[in-house]
Design a protein around this ligand. Structure first.
Ligand SMILES: [Zn+2]
Length: 378
């Protein structure tokens, strides 16, 4: 065996060491690339981001590139676990750690925050999201006209609110979003901007959405983590005994599934209409909209627990109006049946799986009061 083969063999053996079997940055199993200046094993997609940081990180394919002895030894002396001890030593508990399914801006800013800006080595580099106060301009989509306009946003942990203002010198905010009921989730595809962030809050018991972005990826991710930080501190106070492990999944919620389905009315005789559905599984809320970017949901369905009269059935009830997509789903709640139609059997199966995951989950005391609210209003 030549030197080249010996080096490659040694390199590939390093993948068996703890931590090296998953991408150092997004956790995806089976990394095929490495940064030979940082000494980490990463996935293809993260390697593309590292290429944009040539002063810090140089990447090579494990299989396809030539590795010399010194480089292999460097990898041997470092590796994912060792390097994370240096670059992730002070990641705040609220800080969002992206996974391989997350959008580009979250993954890129995580990598830049770690290796380029050293945000998790020095706490002083975390000011943008850890002081409990943040203000600045964001581009916000107009509620009805769909145009993005510059608006001043102010996040205040002390006041427990995120506010925005039409003019920066106005005293009265246009809207005041309570931290307790605020959610933030990146939605680049839906919003049509790589840095698009959806903010939702409850207004009179209904979900209201705002769509914002900033041209600078760092700025929008800082806003996202600043919101998570104030949510973290709010939940710490609201649930004194709760651990970080209980609290961090509740800081922000990604929608487990979104897409078009058709829906009929309460008698199932009404004609089916195509709607955009969003499943906020953490909040047990299935919302539907005429347009994905509508400010308000047209309606919301609460998904309670299977022991309390909620069930999900495949297909349509007998006597359902006939013009619709082929694949039916019937959601049964204590009050009524909701009949939905999917275009493909794959979609049908995917929605059913997600609905069932929600209804088998036990309800928390807070969720019982949300359910009672839904019954009053719907
Ligand atoms: Zn990765």
């Amino acid at each position: 065996m030549g030197d080249k083969e010996v080096n490659k063999k040694e390199l590939l053996q390093l993948l068996q060491m703890p931590g090296n079997g998953e991408c150092a940055d997004c956790g995806k199993p089976g990394p095929e690339w490495a940064s030979y200046t940082l000494g980490i094993f990463i996935c293809l997609s993260c390697s593309g981001i590292h290429r944009n940081l040539p002063a810090i990180s140089r990447v090579k394919s494990l299989e396809l590139d030539f590795w010399d002895k010194e480089q292999v030894q460097f990898m041997h002396g470092h590796g994912n676990q060792y390097v994370s001890l240096r670059f992730e030593v002070r990641v705040p508990p609220f800080y969002y750690r992206p996974t391989s399914g997350d959008c580009q801006v979250l993954r890129e800013q995580w990598i830049r925050a770690k290796y380029e800006r050293n945000e998790f080595i020095l706490q002083a580099n975390q000011e943008a999201y850890s002081t409990g106060y943040r203000e600045g301009n964001l581009w916000k989509r107009g509620r009805d006209n769909g145009h993005f306009q510059k608006r001043k946003f102010v996040l205040s942990e002390k006041e427990g609110t995120l506010k925005y203002f039409i003019k920066s010198d106005f005293k009265e905010p246009k809207a005041e979003l309570k931290i307790a009921e605020l959610n933030a989730t990146f939605q680049p595809d839906k919003i049509g901007n790589p840095n698009g962030l959806q903010l939702t809050y409850l207004k009179d018991g209904s979900t209201r959405s705002l769509f914002v972005y900033h041209n600078d990826g760092k700025v929008i991710v800082d806003w996202f983590n600043a919101i998570r930080a104030v949510r973290y501190h709010y939940l710490k106070v609201a649930f004194p005994g709760a651990s970080d492990k209980d609290i961090t999944p509740r800081l922000t919620r990604n929608y487990v599934k979104e897409g078009y389905m058709e829906k009929t009315g309460p008698k199932q005789k009404e004609s089916f209409r195509k709607r955009w559905f969003t499943l906020d599984s953490g909040d047990r809320r299935l919302m539907y909209f005429k347009d994905p970017l509508d400010a308000f949901a047209k309606g919301e369905i609460f998904l309670g627990n299977v022991d309390h009269g909620y069930s999900i059935q495949e297909g349509f009830p007998a006597g359902t109006a006939s013009q619709h997509f082929a694949y039916g789903i019937t959601i049964i709640t204590p009050e009524r049946k909701y009949v939905l139609a999917c275009e493909t059997d794959n979609e049908q199966a995917a929605w059913i799986t997600e609905f069932r995951k929600v209804i088998v989950r036990p309800m928390s005391p807070q969720e019982y009061s949300v359910e009672a609210n839904f019954r009053r209003r719907h």
